[in-house]
Design a binder for this molecule. Structure first.
Ligand code: THU
Length: 265
């Protein structure tokens, strides 16, 4: 294999380790980060996001892949974790790279057979442009973002724009894989991006382009209620006025997991 220079691998691994600081791991206290390298050297971090439900865990590589997709980037050339990849992670990486890959001897980095670009800047996921003047403008933005959805199985693009407290606007789309258990909806994609970049949700604009009655699925309601129960959510209703709700209203009586944080004896 055409092994990249150790210095490049060290840099990539250091970025993956640094990303772990933003992991949301209240149940295991085992922070994990990962990164994807894009063809121009831009790198995309992802972090482990645990859910009180455990099974709705967002693994770091999946977080990075969905962040990249929502930013309109699918040109992944390498995937890096600071430890050997599990079989499940290797499968995800194979799909992300859209073809075969090589593993380094210790299994911590993967790449295509093409030479790696020099490592450049961290992906800036923020949407450029002025803040939306009103809900209609926010939803128009979400509809544009939905064009980036990766939906080979459903052909059902979903797009959202998350305003954060520092005035940023982040894109979210649904990202599908042959393994449906690993599909992330637009809402969980954007939440994971916000956590990875240390940004706090303020307002969410959401569109299911092909369904004027679209609404967050149960899994997204759970993740959103854990992180932002009072988040104003503006839902696209097509020609009708948008609907306003919050995760707390969408999932009354949600499982909080409060009792779970007590360390096991
Ligand atoms: N989906 C979302 O992205 N958000 C929702 O609120 C509903 C469903 C996605 C998941 C899957 O890619 C496709 O839509 C069909 O369920």
């Amino acid at each position: 294999m055409n092994r990249p220079a150790d210095a490049v691998l060290r840099t990539l691994r250091a970025h993956a380790e640094a990303a772990a600081a933003r992991a949301h791991v209240p149940y295991t206290q085992t922070p994990e980060g990962a990164l994807l390298l894009l063809s121009d050297g831009t790198y995309v971090p992802g972090v482990r996001v645990e859910s009180a439900t455990f099974s709705l865990l967002i693994p770091p590589l999946l977080g990075a892949l969905t962040t990249a997709t929502a930013a309109g980037r699918r040109d992944v050339v390498a995937a890096v974790m600071p430890r050997p990849l599990t079989a499940d992670e290797a499968l995800l990486v194979r799909q992300a790279l859209d073809g075969p890959f090589d593993a380094t001897a210790d299994g911590t980095a993967l790449r295509t057979t093409a030479a790696l670009p020099p490592v450049g800047e961290r992906l800036d996921p923020r949407l450029p442009g002025a803040p939306p003047a009103d809900d209609a403008a926010g939803l128009r933005w979400a509809r544009e973002v939905a064009e980036r959805a990766h939906v080979p199985d459903s052909n059902f693009p979903v797009g959202c724009v998350l305003e954060t407290t520092d005035g940023a606007f982040l894109p979210g789309v649904n990202v599908e894989h042959p393994d449906w258990a690993r599909i992330l909806c637009a809402e969980r994609t954007v939440l994971s991006t916000a956590l990875t970049y240390g940004l706090t949700p303020k307002r969410l604009y959401l569109t299911c382009l092909r369904d004027d009655n679209g609404s967050p699925c149960g899994a997204c309601r759970q993740l959103l209620v854990e992180h932002a129960p009072g988040l104003p959510v503006v839902m696209d209703r097509g020609a009708a006025p948008p609907e306003h709700t919050t995760p707390g209203q969408l999932l009354p009586g949600a499982f909080s997991g409060d009792a779970l944080t007590t360390p096991l004896a």
